[in-house]
Design a protein around this ligand. Structure first.
Ligand code: FNR
Length: 431
């Protein structure tokens, strides 16, 4: 894959641009330090958007552990190794990535910025990193793909209760030229998320983050069939002001004329259909065969934390795994994703690529994940904060910062290529 912006020393290019602008009195519009980035984004976002994006499961302990786990491992830099020429790229499923990073699938981006997934795709195109499109995206995948330019599209699948819908999503992903199907396993039910619960706010019920569904012919058929069935208790209840507000919002977003949407309750039927089909807690390893039959694209399982599951995945013939705990959004008090990585990487033993996410906040974090066995990482919340602050420009800036810091950290640690980053570069704080 071509690198539209960077050839060679990314780190110095980004650094120099920022310092030169600084000399002219201009500070970066998107903060570089991860903490300041997060605080600035919080100020810009609505309460509900902040709760949804920054919030995690339960007491947020897994989310905290994800970041703390990076402290345990410390880089031990090596000297005098000529790092003047560097190669930050890695190969993944036959494509060259300019840096070992992908944009993690993140749903409901319309809560953060009106450009949503389109803005993220524009940024991915600018820096040349693959974007993993979410099943809970705010924009249909065909539209996102148009903004991606020559950057790679991957598709993340939430495995619906309706197999025909699964098949339809996969067919559409193939049609837009998706390079891989990422099946997220850790969300066969929605986790217990107190910050959203305290606001009584689930975006999908408000017609946000369901664009892949409403644009899908199989889903539309399910909605039509459902419209003939008795309405749910919520729909039958006497309307409250809150309900009316929600229904007005739904009717505005739903395709078709506003008034007929409001009268026909079509949006409600679609939301109810979504809630019926979204998650499939009955899924087992056997179901993967259905997907294998369906597509020749690489299948990547996201959400693996246990080495036995990693071995099972390889035995099932999948093409890659993502060591992830969904940013701590699903199980509170779970193992930090980075703590799970070494054992999973060892279990996989190089049979398939091992990707990593949950807690990556800096280029140094990327170096550590790679040293512990990851082929590449997925960047999550940081790019959403960039989106909140400055749309596509903000996302691209955050990605450039990560790529730049990765390049410089790699070089300063004495490595001139990603292959040279290995466990020998790290020291365990506990030893
Ligand atoms: C996510 N994540 C996610 N994963 C997925 O497979 N499909 C999805 O639609 C979403 N949606 C989503 C929304 C929001 C707001 C967040 C924060 C996360 C999980 C995501 O892909 C990734 O695993 C985490 O973001 C990694 O954690 P950090 O590094 O962002 O904390």
């Amino acid at each position: 894959m071509a690198t539209p912006e960077f050839v060679g020393a990314v780190g110095r290019a980004v650094q120099t641009r920022i310092y030169q602008a600084g000399a002219l009195g201009r500070r970066p519009r998107v903060p570089v330090s991860p903490d300041r980035l997060q605080r600035a984004a919080q100020r810009r976002m609505s309460k509900a958007a902040w709760a949804y994006v920054a919030g995690s499961a339960g007491q947020q302990r897994t989310a905290q552990a994800n970041q703390e786990a990076f402290r345990r491992w410390q880089i031990v830099p090596r000297m005098l190794r000529d790092v003047s020429e560097r190669d930050n790229s890695v190969e993944l499923f036959g494509e060259r990535l300019p840096s070992p990073m992908l944009l993690a699938p993140i749903g409901v981006l319309e809560m953060v910025h009106p450009g949503a997934d389109r803005a993220v795709a524009e940024a991915a195109a600018q820096v040349g990193l693959p974007m993993v499109m979410s099943t809970q995206a705010s924009v249909p995948m065909e539209r996102i793909a148009r903004s991606l330019g020559s950057a790679a599209a991957w598709y993340q699948l939430y495995w619906s209760r309706e197999r025909e819908l699964v098949a339809s999503f996969v067919r559409r992903a193939e049609a837009i030229g998706s390079k891989a199907i990422v099946v997220t396993l850790d969300t066969n039910l929605l986790g217990w998320r107190p910050r959203d619960l305290d606001l009584g706010h689930l975006p999908f019920i408000r017609w946000m983050g369901i664009a892949q569904y409403t644009s899908d012919p199989v889903f539309q058929d399910l909605v039509r069939r459902r419209a003939g069935r008795p309405r749910s208790a919520t729909a039958r209840r006497a309307p409250t002001p809150g309900m009316v507000r929600t229904l007005l919002g739904l009717s505005r977003r739903y395709p078709g004329p506003f008034l007929s949407n409001l009268r026909g309750l079509g949006p409600l039927a679609a939301v109810e259909t979504f809630l019926d089909v979204f998650a499939n807690p009955a899924l087992t390893w056997q179901d993967l065969g259905f997907l294998r039959e369906l597509t020749d694209l690489p299948i990547v399982l996201k959400g693996i934390q246990h080495p036995d599951d990693a071995r099972k995945a390889v035995d099932c013939g999948v093409d890659g795994i993502v060591v992830s705990n969904h940013g701590g959004r699903q199980v509170d008090g779970a193992v930090a994703s980075l703590a799970a990585l070494p054992r999973v990487a060892q279990a996989v033993g190089g049979a398939v690529p091992v990707l990593f996410d949950s807690g990556v906040r800096s280029g140094a974090d990327v170096v550590k994940a790679i040293a512990l066995g990851a082929t590449a990482v997925m960047v999550g919340r940081p790019y959403v904060y960039g989106l909140a602050l400055a749309g596509a420009t903000g996302v691209a800036e955050v990605l450039r910062y990560l790529m730049a810091e990765f390049d410089l950290t790699m070089a300063l640690a004495g490595c001139s290529s990603v292959e040279q980053i290995d466990a020998g570069l790290l020291q365990d704080e506990r030893e």
